[in-house]
Design a protein. Structure first.
Length: 392
């Protein structure tokens, strides 16, 4: 594995920061040892944390960069280098982690390393609880810290080495300013009496049990948006083409859309079901398909064409739900109450409860004669503060 180095390991990124800061690249055991020692010297310090992955460039997604920051210093850890990443993550477990939209990062770190956080401050959750209209990190930092983030490298290939200086600066900026943002959001949460709400939501997120990976579902994975409107025969061709695309994407370690987009796949399935076999007509474009892929696609079309009508996949039907006018009226009553409370609090109604939760609440009230916070927590899965608001 090639080890990458950034010239000038101590990188000045003051152009986009309100105060001087330092970026340190961690790419070998020595630099990791210095980072671990620094963490051990400040066991109580909060640590800002973010990750960069490569799902836009690879079939098998993985963490390609871990960004940590505290005391004005960003540490960019290269997990693709031969480093003891678990030793680093073990030191983060007991700390409060400052993150933005942490569910994705936590899922990525759990699947890659079995990491579970114990304490979080999620700035996106805080913004939602404050009724902010723009909850992206760039928007929040611009409004609250006067910091402008350059998002040019949002879809860069983070598995490539060496990383360019602009990519290093981009990655550092995502964590260097989280501490300032947390202070600003905390003040507003306290002023509105919602700090406990946020703490409960973060605790629930930290306790989330993520799956080790996505299990394959051969019956449904191929069902792209819009296929329910296709004929059964057309869906047979969609399935065959999708399976071939996935096999090639896995073999090349590329995201499926870079092998064949969903749009091109669906456009090809209809005429293919009508008997068209010419790949140049099914997949028009300036470049011809690679020979091996063309062969695989021809085989897929032949397999689909050979299926008997009884083997064609049917449209997916949702679970049949019996209409209950009385229950619907109850749900609408709860919805009006939720909307009024959300408006008074300056929150998006969906933050308080989704329609599915309101339906559970309506059934619970019908079965028990009244609606209590305990019922909403136990049967609706709501957090306590939401349940108490809705039941009041």
């Amino acid at each position: 594995m090639r080890v990458w180095r950034h010239r000038g390991v101590h990188s000045d990124v003051t152009a986009s920061t309100p105060a001087p800061s330092i970026t340190r690249v961690v790419h070998d055991p020595d630099s990791l040892g210095r980072l671990l020692a620094a963490l051990d010297q400040q066991p109580e310090a909060d640590v800002a944390l973010d990750t960069e992955a490569d799902s836009f460039h690879h079939y098998f997604e993985k963490a390609c960069l871990l960004q940590l920051a505290w005391d004005g210093t960003a540490h960019l850890v290269d997990p693709l280098a031969p480093l003891d990443v678990p030793a680093l993550l073990a030191r983060l477990v007991p700390r409060r982690l400052l993150m933005h939209g942490s569910d994705y990062d936590l899922r990525l770190l759990f699947r890659g390393y079995g990491f579970r956080a114990t304490s979080l401050f999620d700035t996106m959750l805080a913004a939602q609880l404050l009724g902010e209209k723009e909850i992206g990190l760039a928007a929040l930092l611009s409004a609250r810290a006067g910091v402008t983030l350059d998002k040019t490298h949002q879809r860069s290939d983070w598995s490539a080495r060496p990383l360019t200086p602009p990519m290093v600066a981009y990655a550092a900026a995502d964590v260097l300013h989280l501490g300032v943002l947390v202070e600003s959001l905390t003040r507003d949460l306290e002023a509105k009496g919602r700090l406990a709400w946020h703490a409960e939501e973060c605790a629930r997120l930290a306790a989330t049990v993520f799956s080790a990976g996505r299990e394959a579902d051969p019956e449904n994975d191929w069902r792209l948006k819009g296929t329910n409107a296709f004929t059964d025969k057309e869906r047979a061709f969609v399935r065959a083409l999708w399976e071939t695309r996935e096999a090639r994407a896995r073999a090349l370690d590329l995201p499926p859309f870079r092998v064949l987009t969903n749009e091109r796949l669906l456009l090809a399935a209809k005429p293919a079901a009508g008997g068209e076999k010419d790949l140049r007509k099914l997949f028009p474009g300036p470049r011809s398909l690679p020979d091996s892929f063309a062969t695989a696609l021809n085989e897929a079309l032949a397999r689909a064409a050979a299926l008997a009508p009884a083997e064609w996949p049917k449209a997916r039907r949702g679970e049949r739900i019996e209409v209950d006018p009385a229950l619907e009226r109850e749900v609408e009553t709860l919805k009006k109450s939720r909307d009024a409370k959300a408006a008074k609090l300056g929150l998006d109604p969906g933050i308080l409860a989704s329609r599915a939760v309101l339906t559970v609440a309506a059934r619970a009230r019908r079965a028990n004669g009244r609606l209590t916070a305990d019922l909403l927590v136990e049967q609706g899965g709501l957090s306590r503060w939401r349940a108490e608001l809705l039941a009041s």
